[in-house]
Design a protein around this ligand. Structure first.
Ligand code: LMR
Length: 328
């Protein structure tokens, strides 16, 4: 038996009630690092658990562990292979220990908008990429969108030179590090759950993330200035282990994958709205959000262009070309 637990959200508000699993049910644990509410991934996980627990009652039971309470993204992939958790949705940027191909998603200013991302992941190359880590025993089950990332700091960042000399937190990703270093700034890789405290203590001067992460993780409280740079994508891979997936009875697996597919699709349609609402809340809380002029945007783009050259061979030109073609 797993006891019913009332999870506490970021500000101590009850976020959601954990399910109670019955003996005989297949327990599916979903571990992630973000808030359970007001966030594209957190809401997707909650919605998935609600549907599994309702529609597969008696067969399967899903438990969700948000906000790194079980594992952070450094540990979760290993935990999946060990069978300690069954589902996670890490940012693809953090998967470079397993494949360099996901780095295509990290190239700065690659995708014009989320429609282009949708076209790319729905195309043959995007679908093949779901299996990029199969040699390690992972099965990619779908792409879950967050959105485009924004730079923030305690001072206005309008042209790339404004970032010079500052230290920015980045995800555990070489591409993100290169991108920040292209600004003549320093990059510090930190797990997501450490970022808010690092900003508060001044261990880093700034960060780059989506509106929903900046808002729900409280980064905006220590960053007066956010610039709508939209410079890089944050997309997640919903991932499990092949061993666990194969261990399910085929009808259980089919039902689970069909629910998952529908929940991911619905979540991807909501992601942009959630991010825009987060942006609005940051402004309402007194934050300054700056838009770039066309010329300023061109400057950010051109300063980060060398990152493409650095990673092109590792990613593969064909893959990059397919992603670029999705913009048309
Ligand atoms: C980050 O570490 O900034 C993100 O990958 C967190 C997340 O899961 O959105």
């Amino acid at each position: 038996f797993y006891p019913a637990v009332l999870m506490l959200g970021l500000f101590g508000a009850p976020a959601f009630a954990q399910a109670t699993c019955e003996p005989g049910e297949t327990v599916i644990k979903f571990s992630h690092v973000v808030a359970a509410e007001g966030h594209p991934k957190g809401e997707m996980a909650t919605a998935l658990a609600a549907r599994v627990n309702r529609e597969m009652d008696g067969t399967a039971c899903m438990l969700v562990f948000p906000m790194s309470e079980l594992y952070d993204d450094n540990d979760v992939m290993e935990a999946i292979l060990l069978g300690d958790v069954h589902l996670a949705a890490p940012s693809v940027s953090k998967l470079e220990n397993y494949t360099f191909q996901y780095r295509v998603f990290d190239l700065p200013f690659l995708f014009d908008d989320m429609d282009a991302v949708q076209r790319f992941v729905g195309g043959p190359m995007g679908q093949d990429l779901l299996d990029a880590m199969s040699d390690y025993g992972f099965a990619g089950l779908g792409y879950l969108f967050n959105g485009l990332k924004q730079f923030s700091a305690s001072r206005p960042l309008l042209v790339p030179g404004d970032a010079e000399g500052l230290t920015f937190r980045v995800q555990a990703s070489d591409v993100a590090t290169s991108m920040v270093e292209a600004l003549a700034a320093r990059a510090r890789q930190l797990p997501f759950e450490e970022v808010r405290a690092a900003l508060q203590k001044g261990l880093v001067d700034g960060q780059e993330n989506t509106w929903s992460n900046i808002y729900t993780a409280g980064f905006y409280e220590f960053q007066e200035e956010v610039t709508a740079t939209n410079h890089q994508l944050l997309v997640y891979l919903v991932v499990t282990s092949k061993e666990w997936l194969d261990s399910l009875d085929s009808d259980v697996r089919l039902q689970f994958l069909s629910i998952l597919g529908e929940v991911i699709e619905a979540a991807n349609m909501r992601a942009d709205g959630i991010n825009q609402a987060s942006r609005q809340r940051i402004v309402e809380a007194g934050g300054t959000v700056r838009e770039l002029t066309g010329d300023q945007r061109r400057q950010w783009r051109s300063v980060m262009a060398p990152v493409w050259d650095e990673y092109e061979t590792m990613i593969g030109v064909d893959l990059i070309d397919a992603a670029i073609a999705a913009n048309d």
